[in-house]
Design a protein around this ligand. Sequence first.
Ligand SMILES: Cc1ncc(COP(=O)(O)O)c(C=O)c1O
Length: 395
Amino acid sequence: MTREQTINLGAGPSTLPTSVLTEAARDILDYQGTGMGVIELSHRSSTFQNLLKQTENDLRKLADIPDEYAVLFVQGGGTDQFSATLLNLLAAYASRNPDAPTPAVDYVVSGAWSNKAIKEAQRLFPRVNVACDVRKNIGDASQPIPRPSQWNLSQDAALLYYCDNETIHGLEFPVDFIQELPEDYRKRVPIVADCSSNILSRPVNIRDHGIVFFGAQKNIGPSGLTIVVVRRDLVVDPDALQAQYLPPIPTMLVYKNMLDNGSLYNTPPMFPIYVSGLVFQKLLAEGGVPSITKVNQDKADAVYGALLASPNVYRLNVAHADFRSKMNITFRVLGEDGEPSEEAEAAFIKLCGEHHIVQIKGHRSVGGVRTSIYNATSLEQAQTLASVINKFAGK
Ligand SMILES: Cc1ncc(COP(=O)(O)O)c(C=O)c1O
């Protein structure tokens, strides 16, 4: 199969724009006439530092990141941020409330990734509160997901954590959903969003959050890079604090170390940073987040429209239209008895393969089919998927 033919709908690492990879292929041998490839430069060279600065500036423009937020380029994946967000925000709480007893931390559980985050928090900290667990409602149209005003919130929370787009379950919160949290809570409690699988696919209001983090390997670039956008006043030195509940934080997880050293505390993930920078430039040239939001809406409309047109053949995993992800569309294929059928799913995946649509098997924990239509998937490719969905249903 050739690259031109292939429609790669993998959930991550996922498809990247061909023009970006073509440029990267050239620069990997010789970056800007230095005679050295971009991954052979010293990370302390002015060439790389300029690249890093440009990448940060472009991201700031794209995501509308105000100056009072720092942008950190780190390693360790989204998974490291499950502990880093918790530990750094406990330190920020201890710094603001030096004499307060152990605070609580609030978590919204909406799928596999926020569940991993809360599990990590429970390993590290005793007062973890489930603000809301919507997992049992995902497939149930009659049980709406509670509005934030109904969540079980702690009076003394050091953070509220949620995952904006659950890559495995295909549940995405509506834009600005968390603005429905009580105003006094929002002012008091830093909100953490894991936007790994929907960043730059639609607007996210950074100012509503204490931290927004995302792994690169879906909408942005190669794996190996995670970007943390954190309000500067939340970045404190944990070693200067006395709070009994605050465990020592491993050096690489301390945001202050990254901030004070311009993300160059140690050797950064240079190649993913470089490729992400190219993706940012491309997105800016094409009209930024407002333009891609519209394209993504059209893509999602095409695919969901085809699935919903054949309810006796497909069952969407997320029942509520408002919560269906525009990035990861997850569904079951039904057998003749109207129930999910692995055999029917295998036949569907086979037909997709014949149309060069690949990497669409659902995550092993939920089964079924998952088609990920990130920014680099074109409207035309999504329409091809929709036509195969229709073709299969017509058989
Ligand atoms: C929403 C979300 N959060 C976190 C992660 C974990 O990221 P990583 O594999 O980079 O640790 C993933 C991975 O797919 C994800 O989709």
